[in-house]
Design a protein around this ligand. Structure first.
Ligand code: AKG
Length: 424
């Protein structure tokens, strides 16, 4: 038997069954594929019409209706976060909408030889002897050029502050779906936005991730729940900005530029700083799902911390490398705009987040970019018409950001729009 069912692209409702006579079979485990697949049979311009064989689907829907009463209430706000899905008792497999296909070359190595990620002792950058400082600047440059990634230790942020920030993000994710709904935003540009996956309005496969994204600079925004979020995040993000400003001074010098070059050229006083909290709940089939797909970050530098659970992987020399974070360190990666500014010398690094089946992972990425009106192009001081012609076109940061946020998260596709020659 076949029927025509219109399947809404995820965003607003999980399950709506209207006018279907369902077989009464309760003997189905709650991992049935269609458990949380959003079906709706109303026709409208927003709905994507697909034809599917009804047998399996109705079977699963029957299970859904009988096992998950909340899913059958026609409420458009139920079960939209992967957290709720993961918490469903007895869930043993993921819905096919989360199935992410990988190939053998996608497997990551944890070989210590290949995973020797650079470590930067921040204290030597800010209060070392001149000799120590120049050695660290050299190491920073090497890390940016060879890895696009490094761990920062002795950064001066108190462990208690890092813990408080992590805790308050966890409390945000623990809000009810109704409470979180208030912060979902309507447009990718909204200063506070929470949701699931990356951009569900364009995705066919969803990522095993919920997120909260808040613009914290130059204007500070914060959800008003949990109550302490505002105070803790204000202080935390300010401290991180200070660390980033010092790192960018070191990076400028490593490029042979004045220490203040990047800070000035990118108008960092009014630069965009965005806090992104990611929640990756335990996943019953971690090898078939993905937390965040391979992508580069749009800004200059991203500073990431996590709740002690690893899951970040970076691409290095064509291989995926597992990042085993030093406790309380910051994981820093170079973004697309550092690649543009350095004319391809410091490339943004491809990274991804994998999931596991036993512990909830929370990561906190703070992305730092130029001011919105800055047109970023390669630093003229690094160009030379014969050997180093500009490899990227200039583009206003606001436009770049908007393009990335409205699209699929897909490798370095943002940079491809401004690339003049392939510097890969
Ligand atoms: O969770 C992670 O480790 C990575 C997060 C990430 O890539 C991002 O927020 O852009």
């Amino acid at each position: 038997m076949q029927t025509r069912i219109c399947r809404r692209v995820y965003e607003e409702s999980w399950v709506m069954l209207i006018g279907c006579k369902l077989p009464s079979n309760n003997d189905i485990s709650p991992n049935a594929d269609n458990l949380v697949t959003p079906f709706i049979i109303e026709l409208s311009g927003h709905y994507l019409s697909v034809s599917i064989h009804l047998s399996l689907s109705l079977f699963s829907m029957a299970a859904t209706a009988s096992l998950v009463p909340s899913l059958a209430t026609h409420s458009p706000t139920k079960m939209r976060y992967v957290k709720s899905l993961a918490e469903y008792p007895g869930l043993t497999s993921i819905p096919s909408t989360y199935t992410y296909t990988t190939t053998a070359t996608d497997h990551a190595t944890s070989d210590p030889e290949e995973c020797s990620i650079p470590i930067i002792d921040f204290s030597l950058l800010v209060s070392g002897t001149p000799h120590q400082r120049s050695k660290i600047i050299h190491d920073l440059g090497k890390a940016c050029q060879e890895w696009g990634f490094f761990m920062v230790i002795n950064h001066g942020l108190q462990e208690s502050m890092m813990k408080a920030m992590m805790e308050v993000c966890k409390s945000f994710f623990d809000l009810t779906e109704e409470e979180k709904q208030e912060f979902e935003g309507k447009h990718v540009w909204d200063p506070i936005r929470c949701g699931t996956s990356f951009n569900t309005s364009v995705e066919q496969v969803f990522f095993w991730r919920d997120f909260l994204r808040v613009r914290v600079h130059p204007e500070f925004h914060s959800p008003n729940k949990p109550a302490e979020f505002s105070k803790i995040s204000l202080e935390y993000c300010k401290k991180i900005r200070e660390v980033v400003s010092e790192l960018l001074e070191g990076i400028s010098e490593s490029l042979g530029l004045e220490a203040c070059y990047i800070n000035k050229a990118m108008s960092l006083e009014t630069g965009i700083q965005t806090l992104i909290a990611n929640l990756y709940p335990p996943c019953p089939q971690p090898d078939h799902a993905m937390g965040m797909p391979p992508h580069s970050d749009h800004g200059l530098l991203t500073v990431l911390s996590q709740n002690g659970i690893d899951g970040l992987q970076i691409q290095h020399k064509g291989k995926w490398i597992k990042v085993n974070a030093i406790p309380n360190s910051f994981l820093v990666n170079t973004g697309d705009h550092l690649e543009i500014l350095s004319n391809g010398k410091y490339k943004s690094v491809l990274h991804r987040a994998v999931v596991n089946d036993n512990a909830t992972r929370i990561s906190l990425g703070i992305v730092h970019g130029p001011s919105l009106e800055t047109i970023v192009s390669p630093a003229p001081e690094l160009l030379n018409i014969e050997n180093h012609p500009p490899a990227y076109l200039g583009m206003k940061y606001r436009e770049y950001l908007l393009l990335q946020l409205s699209s699929h998260l897909d490798g370095k596709s943002g940079l491809d729009r401004v690339r003049v020659v392939n510097t890969e």
